[in-house]
Design a protein around this ligand. Structure first.
Ligand code: G1P
Length: 285
């Protein structure tokens, strides 16, 4: 079984839900406490043993490229002033371990992933939707990679949400369950309210076999008139093992304002330096 060495980060979205904040700043660069959202996803990938990061970007996303590059002026100035440079470690890669490919038109997550096909090549790969902030010990992808070591095939993270939220997500038609592992019998993207096969949604973490790229090539438009990753994955069920993994940890939907604010509060309270002041302030409210 080939190991999961590569991760795709689709970061081409316009971020309209966070306007005007995201007019000139990519939504993935919005900070949760002191780190941009995208770096949480990259840190999670690294922890899972992933070496090569592939960003699928679009116009106006240059700040992400700069973030994961060497910043000579900053680093030289910091070094001259005897500042600790290790704070920048998570934003640095060995040369050649990070690549960027453009998604030229916003026509869906499936299309974004397909744009990375030449860099992914013929090996299993992970996908991270950085809007979804997953907090756990170990992290979500590390838990999934460990499960992959036992199961192989394709694994998506699965998480229960209230019934009235299922129409916003990719939803799993579940088969037999064994602890955190559930067999996937079917997948549907953004089911019409009342028609969802379960309340088990996919919170933006995937380990997929490279065959999905061939399916995406011919994948027609689905929900929202977009080329959906979920539709392409659904075609692999029955041909390759396909499981959902229930992550042990916390999830914040940072694609929504309330989720993003909740993440900031929760992670500030997790931080021993900030916790007393932030908690005291919350109590005054
Ligand atoms: C995307 C995926 C969906 C997934 C969701 C997680 O939807 O298409 O399957 O459940 O992310 O946040 P989007 O939020 O881009 O509409």
């Amino acid at each position: 079984m080939k190991p999961v060495r590569k991760a795709v980060f689709p970061v081409g979205g316009l971020g309209t839900r966070f306007l005007p904040a995201t007019k000139a700043v990519p939504k993935e660069m919005l900070p949760v406490v002191d780190k941009p959202l995208i770096q949480y996803a990259v840190d999670e990938a690294r922890e899972a043993g992933i070496e090569e990061m592939i960003f699928v970007t679009s116009r106006g996303k240059g700040a992400i490229e700069d973030h994961f590059d060497i910043a000579y002026e900053l680093e030289t100035t910091m070094a001259d002033r005897d500042k600790d440079l290790s704070i920048l470690d998570g934003s640095r890669f060995a040369p050649g371990n990070v690549s960027f490919v453009r998604q030229q038109e916003p026509i869906g997550l499936g299309h974004a992933v397909w744009c990375a096909r030449h860099i992914v090549g013929d090996e299993p790969f992970a996908i991270f939707l950085p809007d979804e902030l997953m907090v756990g010990t170990p992290g979500c992808m590390k838990q999934m990679v460990d499960a992959y070591g036992r199961l192989g095939g394709n694994i998506v993270c699965g998480l229960e949400v209230p019934e009235d939220q299922t129409s916003a997500y990719g939803i799993i038609d579940p088969g037999a369950a064994d602890g955190p592992i559930t067999e996937v019998k079917g997948l549907v993207e953004k089911p019409v309210p009342g028609t969802a096969p379960s309340n088990l949604m996919i919170p933006g973490r995937y380990i997929l076999q490279p065959e999905v790229m061939g399916i995406l090539k011919d994948q027609g438009r689905g929900a929202g008139n977009e080329i959906q990753l979920t539709d392409a994955m659904a075609q692999m069920i029955g041909k390759q093992p396909f499981h959902a993994y229930t992550f042990d940890g916390r999830r914040f939907d940072c694609g929504s304002k309330s989720g993003f604010i909740n993440a900031n509060i929760a992670l500030a309270l997790d931080n021993p330096e900030l916790e007393p002041e932030v908690r005291a302030f919350i109590e005054t409210l």
